[in-house]
Ligand binder design. Structure first.
Ligand code: ADP
Length: 637
């Protein structure tokens, strides 16, 4: 299990109940407020798929069995060395009871407090509450995604008893009890064997889960792939061997989907999968899935687990970070290799050259897989990119070996793409006119906002395509690309961009000398608010725009810096003037008539702040409106 931030519940100052024997002291604890809220939501709002409680409990047992099996690879000094690894389910349909018992690692007192008393993820509660507020149905099936699976049991019962003893020799047995309301109790018990037993009486409306056929049916639906035998009373009910060991044509699509759901906790099937069986310098088998959608907390909290590592069918590790680079962490699946030493430990997996080789091969195979989609199944590729493009593209900065391939897989909206369509750099370049030497881009918050940017006017008029970068990650990636196909990637927000001026426009523009004086006047009026004032070649309809100096930072990047650091003032911009624009020409005339005309300075400030407003960085709105009112008073006289 991945480490998660947890806060402990507080024990009440005095143990409330105490039974006769000294050993069986029962201590009462109170859930933290957030846990209470979560439990309330589970009990009162989750109605669909109540049967998943069984999947969650079996899955916890399977985790606990994996842990002890893994430990025993190197350390056999544990309780019940010879015990079988198994899950046993007993039921009594008359009494409406069921119990799930395993011979796993068990829990210590602290585990009971930390694991069974706290919400693993703060995002979970937030997410569930939001769903509820928006009247979206809360689906019990989703609960496994949030690391609170155990609590799904409170959908079907009013009180749960957990009896457990940790595998360490000399450990103590405990009984944990809770009604899923505000409190739980822990008491010492005399338990001889290692492992955990969870038992409870089902609510009347869920009594079907104490009946044999129903239990069997749920196990076959959700837990077929559990790697340990599950006994329903005396009968073993799951019989599926490691799927990835079978040959491709032997595996049915439904089996793949079920297996994917089983390992990912996703409730819908995968977008696609890759099945590898490699023999040679390194030997491994892998079954890797691309999910159909990103889990709700994917970009906020890293709760999801990526690949599981097996060594010759024995589970070694969940979420094995060594198997994949960060930018591919959206993948789910299993990697199984015979090449690791038998006494594998975390240290071994962290430093083994075998892992490095596996990773390198896996990455290349996954890239080929995505390339194939990009070429032959664009719809799937775009779906993948929409969900995971944001993390995937960071590979450009982190994976130098495969950078060129990742760059080919990048997708962008442009001034020429239809709604929701995207294009590759390759397609962009093939659409470039003969005169165009560079690849142009502009960044901003979303397509519509960027398209209003006056800096685009020249490009629209001359039918030059511009990449619209609306993902905040883009500004960290695209500038570092520098070039593609020997063509520079250039921000059209920059002042030094090489544009041809339009001859016709030049004729209509302000004369050279007057333009020079007007630009001087602008500089005087704006003082150190700006770096410079220059003539613009890129504007068509607008009077002015702000651009970034040669050394300046991308505007979108600057916005992010400001968000992260309130004190960060940002660099000064360059104001570009459209000398053919009627307003600028009129200001030129005013300047000749009366250089001290107050309307002149007011208009200059207004032009500047108007440009700020358009790029979304005007902070003195009241001054802006006040000046506008003054100018309108003049105009309406
Ligand atoms: P998750 O399994 O996603 O961590 P759960 O709420 O299902 O979330 O379980 C919380 C934790 O309780 C587990 O991570 C594990 O540490 C502990 N736990 C639950 N069931 C068992 C069990 N049968 N044996 C050992 N530990 C268990």
């Amino acid at each position: 299990m991945a480490e998660k931030p947890k806060t402990k519940p507080k024990p009440k100052t005095k143990p409330k109940t105490a039974t006769k024997t000294k050993k069986a002291k029962s201590q009462e604890f109170e859930y933290k407020a957030e846990m209470k809220q979560l439990l309330h939501l589970i009990v009162h709002s989750l109605y669909t798929h109540p049967e998943i409680f069984l999947r969650e409990l079996i899955s916890n047992s399977s985790d606990a069995l994996n842990k002890i099996r893994f430990r025993m690879l190197t350390d056999t000094d544990v309780l019940d060395t010879d015990a079988d690894y198994k899950v046993t389910i007993n039921f009594d349909s008359k009494k409406q009871t069921i119990s799930i018992e395993d011979s796993g690692i068990g829990m210590k007192h602290d585990d009971l407090l930390n694991s069974l008393g706290t919400v693993a993820s703060s995002g979970t509660l937030e997410f569930l509450k939001q769903m509820q507020e928006n009247d979206k149905p809360l689906d019990g099936n989703m609960i496994g995604q949030f690391g609170v699976g155990f609590y799904s049991v409170f959908m079907v019962t009013d009180e749960v008893t957990v009896e457990t003893r940790h595998a360490d020799k000399g450990s103590t047995g405990y009984r944990w009890k809770s009604d899923g309301q505000g409190k739980f109790t822990i008491e010492e018990i005399d338990k001889k064997t290692r492992g955990t037993k969870i038992s409870f009486k089902l609510k009347d409306e869920y009594k079907e889960y104490s009946e044999e056929h129903r239990i069997k049916n749920v196990i076959q639906k959700y837990s077929n792939f559990v790697d340990f035998p599950i006994f329903l009373e005396k009968e073993e009910v799951n019989r599926v061997s490691a799927l990835w060991h079978r040959s491709k044509d032997e595996i049915k699509d439904e089996e793949l989907t079920e297996f994917y759901k089983f390992i990912s906790n996703d409730f819908s099937g995968p977008l696609g999968h890759l099945h590898l069986n490699l023999e040679g310098a390194v030997n491994f088998k892998a079954l890797v899935f691309v999910p159909e959608t990103a889990p709700p907390t994917f970009y906020k909290e890293h709760l999801e687990q990526s690949l599981q590592l097996y060594s010759n069918k024995v589970f070694i590790q969940d979420d094995c970070k060594e198997l994949l680079p960060e930018y591919l962490r959206f993948l789910k699946g299993v990697v199984d290799t015979d090449d690791l030493p038998l006494n594998v430990s975390r240290e071994v997996t962290q430093s083994s050259p075998i892992m490095v080789k596996i990773q390198s091969i896996l990455v290349k195979r996954v890239l080929s897989f995505l390339e194939n989609w990009a070429k032959n199944d664009i719809e799937k590729y775009n779906k993948f990119y929409k969900n995971f493009g944001q993390i995937f593209k960071t590979g450009v900065n982190s994976d130098f070996t495969n950078k060129d391939r990742i760059v080919e897989l990048l997708r962008f909206e442009t001034t020429k793409t239809e709604k929701d369509a995207v294009t590759s750099l390759k397609d962009y370049v093939s659409g470039m006119g003969e005169d165009q030497k560079e690849i142009y881009y502009i960044s901003g918050e979303h397509k519509e906002a960027i398209e209003r940017n006056p800096n685009l006017e020249y490009f629209k008029k001359n039918d030059i395509e511009v990449l619209l970068l609306s993902d905040p990650f883009d500004v960290f990636i695209i500038p570092s690309l520098n070039e593609y196909d020997k063509k520079n990637l250039v921000s059209i927000d920059k002042a030094d961009i090489d544009l041809k001026s339009d001859e016709k426009d030049e004729k209509e523009a302000l004369g050279k000398d007057l333009a020079k004086s007007l630009i001087e006047k602008f500089k005087q009026a704006l003082g150190d608010k700006i770096e410079d004032v220059i003539e613009s070649k890129r504007l068509v309809d607008s009077a002015a725009t702000l651009v970034v100096g040669k050394e300046g930072m991308d505007k979108q990047m600057e916005k992010m810096m400001k968000m992260m650091n309130q004190d960060y003032a940002g660099g000064k911009k360059i104001l570009e003037l459209n000398l053919s624009h009627p307003l600028i020409k009129n200001l030129g005339k005013r300047l000749i008539a009366d250089a001290s005309d107050p309307i002149l300075v007011n208009s200059i400030l207004q032009v500047y702040e108007g440009a700020l407003l358009i790029e979304g960085s005007l902070t003195q709105e009241t001054d802006f409106v006040k000046r506008m009112t003054e100018l309108m008073v003049e105009a309406t006289k």
